[in-house]
Design a protein. Structure first.
Length: 264
């Protein structure tokens, strides 16, 4: 754990990044910032006992920064996604979900939640690591292409252009789409987080499995509306921005729900 934290400190200093990061730094921080706005006072106090007074947004990208360490990347890189065949109904989807291992996003997130619930005898460093991974992985599951198709590595092989610049649909949704809106993470969180308590409760309703399926339905829409070589421009932003913002907001509200259950 000390090695992990040391690696993270170095990466923060040099501002390193990797094109396979989910949501990019801004997207993950938006989700974490929204979540923090909806934590109970008790939850905040208990989280501070583990991680100190830094905001959740500060730790939101920790799980990506450690990917620069080859050993850690080999161990944890598959935790960030879970691939699915296309056009599954809910029963078929659940079969794939439940059959997955804890090397992938669903079972790993479930495992970390349970470890944090039963954290009493764990060393503080283990609790920190689990908390930071949970903040990040809850964001990952709301980036739809992290439950994408195996044959194109969740859209990483689906090459497109964004205003004539070559990229792929996965990296576009990870980073370029969020950055195109030109808000800081705190500005975007403030802009998105304006709904009533009733509406927020509705968006956060359900359990982990429901949230995975929700993202899967979004990724099906994404695949249905793009093909290799497309040159995406303003029209794509106009037609898909609502999904982007819905996923960011739901990610924050659902992360808050999970954290309040664990620490509240």
């Amino acid at each position: 754990m000390k090695k992990i934290l040391a690696t993270f400190a170095v990466l923060l200093f040099f501002g390193m990044h990797n094109h396979v990061f989910a949501w990019g730094k801004t997207g993950h921080r938006i989700i974490a910032e929204i979540a923090e706005r909806h934590l109970t006072s008790k939850t905040k106090r208990n989280i501070q006992k583990i991680s100190g007074k830094q905001s959740l947004a500060y730790w939101a990208d920790w799980s990506d920064f450690i990917k620069s360490d080859p050993e850690l990347n080999r161990t944890t890189s598959s935790w960030h996604y879970l691939n699915f065949p296309e056009k599954l109904n809910r029963e078929q989807f659940d079969s794939v979900l439940y059959a997955s291992s804890d090397e992938f996003l669903y079972k790993r997130t479930e495992l970390i939640i349970n470890q944090l619930k039963n954290r009493k005898d764990d060393p503080k460093e283990v609790q920190q690591q689990n908390l930071y991974f949970l903040i990040h992985l809850m964001g990952d599951l709301h980036q739809p292409l992290h439950v994408g198709r195996e044959e194109d590595l969740g859209g990483n092989k689906l090459e497109i252009k964004w205003f004539n610049n070559t990229t792929n649909i996965h990296f576009f949704w990870d980073t370029k789409f969020v950055e195109f809106q030109e808000y800081s993470y705190s500005e975007y969180a403030h802009i998105l987080d304006f709904h009533s308590k009733k509406d927020n409760a509705m968006m956060a309703s359900g359990e982990l499995e429901d949230w995975f399926y929700d993202s899967y339905k979004k990724v099906e829409f994404i695949y249905d509306n793009v093909k290799k070589g497309d040159n995406l421009r303003y029209e794509y932003d106009y037609k898909h921005k609502a999904i982007l913002e819905e996923q960011l907001l739901k990610g924050g509200l659902r992360l808050a729900k999970v954290l309040n259950k664990i620490f509240g």
